[in-house]
Design a binder for this molecule. Structure first.
Ligand SMILES: [Ca+2]
Ligand SMILES: [Ca+2]
Ligand SMILES: [Ca+2]
Ligand SMILES: [Ca+2]
Length: 502
């Protein structure tokens, strides 16, 4: 890398562009930003979309020093944005900022220039800067319902857990601690059995409090960008093969392009000094990150530790399964067997029938209400679709498979890996330890998340929302699967990915 200053332009899945990065002074960084399909909406959703911006830097004089997270000022007034449409919201830990509309409205965000104040001074002439952006959706504070009215086994709803099943959902009306079995002992016609559940502590995020949720699942381009800012050793743990493997080696999938995972080694690394460079190559010509190379496709083959590492490094955190139901259902009343768009209608989008396959404009050939990537078949040539494939500029929800708040693909595409709330048959690991601690932008030398109380093992996780391969039942809001087990979320499988919250 030499002493070349690196200001790398990034283009993300829903046409989020971060360009013209520069450092006007030792304590500031400037760039242009633009993205599509932005909104700030009135009731019932009362919410807006945003971009989570964070900065990484590297001392370039040595050529191979590690990238580190650059903290920003925690005072919103120290940052600025041109154009009068957006505002910059600082955060108390200074790990990034949110850009969002400052007044109600909708449409594309034309290019605006953002100037951010760094928390420390950098020597501009010898620093590489990278500015990263993740599209998010605000989920406001408020009550919501968990579970649906299913009889046991039609949906694996949290209230229908175990041999003692309630057919009633529960309203979460605060962040207060929940007693053991509080989410399932609400069927007053049946006497409670002894509790296997240890309750849910005050600090466990229950979805009542406001949070930002990623608008899309992590894309292959986003995961490749993450890998490209890690050390060789960190890369070796966050991929399936040695970073020193030959050009064209699949980084996550068993073979290049398998199940549409297109991340490959573009430039082999050197153990243990020089990291590899990763790129996407869905069109299989060993020319990387072309328009049809699948960078916008949701990233599958992510295990639980991969997801946690990505979120810690991005200064986000894993979502709990209670937050997941809030993000899907919003303030609506629970409906039996409903999907994340709050109806029981679903239309299968499959990767075998695409227009503009692998491109930023990739869309399924089929149209219909509740368009959702599921039931796609088992061939290794099939896989997830472009993140947000069903979104349009005209609507944020109807027919687009979007959640109450406009979050995409919570149903289908790739499994969402979440923190479970206990309530598992057998109950050997019903204890929940998660306290919602945010990632700090830094992972350990072995590439693992090291935030407090995120858990070490996969037994804190559950997968939700179904995936591109499985049947529609798994896409239901209240359906829970593989709670605390290794089946779909410990090894890297073609169905599993995820997203984060803050
Ligand atoms: Ca290739
Ligand atoms: Ca290519
Ligand atoms: Ca999903
Ligand atoms: Ca950390």
């Amino acid at each position: 890398m030499g002493i070349l200053l690196l200001f790398q332009a990034m283009v993300y899945s829903n046409n989020l562009r971060i360009t013209n990065i520069s450092a006007p002074s030792a304590t500031s960084i400037q760039f242009d930003v633009a993205w599509d399909n932005s909104w700030y909406a009135a009731a019932p959703s009362n919410n807006w979309d945003a971009v989570w911006i964070f900065v990484k830097t590297q001392v370039c004089a040595t050529g191979s020093s590690n990238w580190t997270h650059a903290n920003l000022s925690a005072v919103s007034g120290n940052h600025s944005v041109t154009g009068g449409v957006l505002q910059v919201d600082a955060v108390t830990d200074g790990k990034g900022v949110f850009l969002r509309r400052s007044a109600m409205g909708g449409g594309n965000i034309a290019t605006a220039t953002v100037t951010l104040t760094l928390a420390a001074a950098y020597v501009v002439a010898s620093t590489n800067y990278e500015v990263l952006g993740i599209e998010m959706v605000y989920v406001p504070q408020g009550s919501f319902m968990v579970g649906d009215y299913s009889i046991n086994n039609t949906t694996h709803s949290i209230n229908s857990w175990g041999s003692f099943a309630s057919t009633n959902p529960t309203t979460i009306a605060s962040e207060a601690a929940l007693a053991g079995d509080a989410l399932r002992n609400n069927n007053t016609s049946v006497a409670p059995i002894s509790s296997f559940h240890n309750g849910i502590a005050l600090a466990f995020p229950k979805g009542f409090a406001a949070f930002y949720c990623m608008k899309y699942e992590i894309t292959q381009q986003q995961y490749a960008a993450f890998l490209n800012l890690l050390t060789f050793e960190q890369q070796s743990y966050r991929t399936a093969v040695s970073p020193a493997s030959a050009l064209g080696t699949a980084a996550l999938a068993p073979s290049p392009g398998e199940n549409r995972n297109s991340i490959e080694i573009q430039t082999p690394g050197v153990a243990f000094s020089t990291p590899a460079v990763y790129g996407n190559d869905l069109n299989a010509n060993n020319v990387y990150d072309e328009a049809d190379d699948g960078g916008n496709v949701a990233c599958n083959f992510l295990n639980w530790n991969d997801l946690k590492a990505y979120l810690d490094w991005s200064a986000l955190r894993p979502m709990t399964e209670l937050e997941f139901e809030k993000a899907c259902r919003g303030t609506n009343t629970s409906i039996l067997t409903e999907y994340p768009w709050s109806t029981t209608t679903i239309t299968a989008a499959v990767s075998s029938a695409l227009t503009n396959g692998g491109q930023a404009a990739e869309v399924p050939s089929v149209t219909g209400d509740g368009l959702c990537a599921h039931n796609g078949g088992a061939s290794t040539t099939l896989g997830p679709l472009r993140a947000g494939f069903a979104a349009t500029g005209a609507t944020v929800r109807t027919g687009a498979g979007a959640s109450f708040y406009g979050i995409m693909d919570l149903g289908g595409n790739v499994w969402e890996q979440l923190i479970h709330a206990g309530y598992r048959n057998g109950a050997t690991n019903a204890t929940v330890i998660y306290t919602g601690v945010l990632g700090d932008g830094t992972i350990d030398a072995l590439g693992d998340a090291n935030a407090a109380n995120w858990g070490i093992l996969v037994n804190q996780s559950v997968v939700r929302g179904g995936n591109w391969q499985y049947s529609a039942q798994r896409c239901r809001i209240s359906d829970r699967f593989y709670i605390g087990t290794t089946t779909e979320n410990d090894t890297r499988v073609s169905r599993t990915g995820g997203r984060g919250v803050r």
